[in-house]
Ligand binder design. Structure first.
Ligand SMILES: [Zn+2]
Length: 191
């Protein structure tokens, strides 16, 4: 039976700062950055990251073979250059992985990071709804705020099902977390 909310598996790591959350209570704050979460918190991550990781792995393997070759031929300079490039690629991959895009719905609001930009934090009291529509092959998913701002989040979601799931979770979150003094009805909605 569907209960209120969607109890997702416990979070392994903080979506914002990647700090490990293993062993912490289901309802807590990230000890590192303060990201608030509970048993209803849901985090989405783009799946295509693993394609990127696979590509990087192939590059690393080739770089390693090149370096190995150069060192065994006694070409120390070439070997060192290959080894440095290899180290840089690995460091960049780890950096990119730790800062990968995500979308999180939790007690503190909605957190969005669609690229290598800063995390956009939308508080519950500022959120209006989620708008999902399809234009040909493309899908558009926006989080709309009461001030008329739209935040595109489609890049983080895999398909329409995830977009609709987000819409439902945000509607449920508004009921659960938004302040009771939130204005309803007349005024504020604009238009
Ligand atoms: Zn954190």
């Amino acid at each position: 039976m569907q209960t209120d909310g969607y109890a997702s598996p416990p979070l392994d790591s903080c979506p914002v700062c990647n700090y490990s959350l293993r062993g912490l209570p289901a309802r807590h704050r990230c000890p590192e950055c303060g990201f608030e979460y509970d048993e209803h918190t849901r985090v989405w991550r783009p799946r295509n990251y693993w394609k990127f990781a696979g590509f990087t792995f192939v590059c690393c393997a080739m770089g390693f073979l090149q370096a190995w070759d150069a060192f065994s031929d006694g070409n120390r300079t070439k070997g060192l250059i290959c080894a440095s490039i290899l180290a840089a690629v690995i460091a960049m991959t780890i950096y990119a992985y730790r800062r990968r895009p995500f979308l999180a719905v939790g007690p503190g609001g909605v957190f969005v990071k669609t690229g290598f930009s800063v995390v956009d934090h939308l508080r519950w009291e500022t959120i209006l709804d989620v708008s999902v529509h399809k234009g040909g092959e493309r899908r558009f998913t926006f989080i709309r705020t009461v001030d008329g701002r739209k935040t595109e989040v489609g890049a983080v979601l895999r398909d329409m099902a995830e977009a609709y799931e987000l819409r439902e979770l945000v509607a449920a979150g508004l009921k659960r977390y938004a302040a009771p003094e939130r204005e309803t009805g007349a005024g504020g909605r604009g238009g």
